[in-house]
Design a protein around this ligand. Sequence first.
Ligand SMILES: Nc1nc2c(c(=O)[nH]1)N[C@H]1C(S)=C(S)[C@@H](COP(=O)(O)O)O[C@H]1N2
Ligand SMILES: [Mo]
Length: 330
Amino acid sequence: MPFFRQPNIWDTAKAAVTPEHVFLNRRQFIRGSIAGGMGLALLSLTGCQKASSSAPDLGNDPLAGTQPLRFGATDLNLPDPGRTTTPRDLTARYNNFYEFGGNKNIWRAAQSLPTENWQVRVHGLIDNPKTYDIDDFTRLFGLEERLYRFRCVEAWAMTVPWVGFPMRKLLEASDPQSSAKFVKFTSFYDERITTGPGWRPGSLPWPYQEGLRIEEMANELAFFATGAYGHSLPKQNGAPIRMVVPWKYGFKGAKSIVDIEFTAEQPATYWNTLGPTEYKFEANVEPQVPHPRWSQAEERVIDSGNPSSWNVEPTLLYNGYGEFVADLYA
Ligand SMILES: Nc1nc2c(c(=O)[nH]1)N[C@H]1C(S)=C(S)[C@@H](COP(=O)(O)O)O[C@H]1N2
Ligand SMILES: [Mo]
């Protein structure tokens, strides 16, 4: 028995999350960018999160509202993650979703995300532009499970059984033109709803956007998740559809996607716009390339609500997926 009980990671905004210095640095970095002229207002990111009054009361269950899904096994021969699957409850309680706040404890606030009748517009340099709803994707592309390692740029890691479909299927259905070189993914944003405390209109480069080279989208590992752990996604994990790009840092995996555009030029992306030297567009997991302010050689694996017990493990090149992706970067 521990001498005193550690606060659970999600209990308070100031929970002693290790590596707290890591994400505190990231928060300070945002502050610094704002103060340095990026935006209009100094952010206050330390307040507690409050769900909007219209949010359903989920009590203490961050999984309430998720539905079981029917899905198949993947045909891919994926590498063994080499560690246990992260408990579902932890994946649902420890999140980055800056639209709903600047700490990890945003799952209640995220319940105000309106996921009913969701539509995803797919357009740009393609011959088959189309607006899809979530059922269209399932009907056209099917659902399969992919157990992937996950690595945040902040040096924490987890292992998640996502449910969804390969990006490649949407790429093929879209009939890209030869001029299409990149794909831009845009997250839901509505100033009335996605109001993390201290966020002021114009102070950060909303909406959250991410991008891939079209060859990266075509890679068989690149995935859209509509679920995890056999169920539809909790809102805080990016319901009803998010990107999962397991060989890249977690920030490449934009949540709650509403728009997918095929472009000729590399799109501007959220973290890269805020800090181009800190968050690269490519953002591959590369343990030998330190972040300017911390090492990327190791990671802490979330396996309990007690951060001081998290195991430290070596970070793997391309997060362990080199056999699938190394050719892209040769
Ligand atoms: N729209 C949006 N997508 C986002 C983020 C975000 O703040 N907003 N955070 C990113 C980061 S930094 C990480 S590590 C993962 C976290 O996903 P999880 O909360 O499901 O673990 O989401 C990514 N996708
Ligand atoms: Mo992240």
